[in-house]
Design a protein around this ligand. Structure first.
Ligand SMILES: [Zn+2]
Length: 191
């Protein structure tokens, strides 16, 4: 503790000594003092004139104002476009966002993935001819069936309601998504 105090005291003493000696030298050498004062005066004058310059007005034709505005807007637009393009490229490179099709329950399912990796607009397609299928709920509504107009046959019947089936497909997609995510983190592609 005491040693540290000594150290600080020594540093202060050295600093004071340098200032005093420097001051004495500057004061004794007249030309050096004059040079220092001259430099200070010049700096002050430059500062004052720049301040005045900032406050002054200048007649500028409107076309010049508009030209500068257009150039600025163009630069901002290019910057924004660049950022948007980068985002699009990132999305295109994201294999999890590219996962938009799979087979569940013997049928083809397609959707688009939002940025939270939630499947949107899930639709069903015939596994034989790729025709878009519409779910129907015959009888008591406790089952959902898919009929293909092109193949003229029933291609799938699920013993559950439409909403239940939709939830099941969403869950199947999310499970598959997690598996893909784990595979990616293992291979290090996503890092
Ligand atoms: Zn079909």
């Amino acid at each position: 503790m005491q040693k540290k105090d000594h150290k600080i005291r020594n540093h202060v003493l050295i600093g004071v000594a340098v200032l005093v000696i420097g001051g004495v030298i500057l004061a004794s050498i007249k030309s050096a003092r004059e040079i220092a004062i001259g430099i200070l005066k010049w700096l002050f004058g430059a500062g004052v004139s720049f301040w005045n310059h900032l406050g002054a007005t200048m007649p500028v034709p409107w076309w010049a104002v508009y030209a500068v505005a257009v150039v600025l807007m163009l630069l901002v637009w290019l910057r924004v476009k660049h950022i948007l393009n980068n985002w699009a490229a990132e999305d295109a490179n994201d294999p999890l966002l590219a996962y938009t099709e799979d087979r569940f329950f013997g049928l083809v399912w397609r959707w688009w993935m939002d940025s939270n990796y939630y499947p949107r607009d899930i639709s069903t397609y015939c596994p034989a001819c790729d025709m878009k299928l519409r779910p129907r709920q015959p009888g008591d509504g406790c089952s959902t069936e898919f009929y293909c107009n092109k193949c003229a046959s029933r291609v799938g019947t699920m013993e559950m309601e439409r909403e239940e089936l939709k939830e099941l497909v969403v869950r199947a997609i999310q499970i598959e998504l997690l598996t893909k995510q784990e595979e990616l983190s293992k291979t290090g592609v996503n890092e």
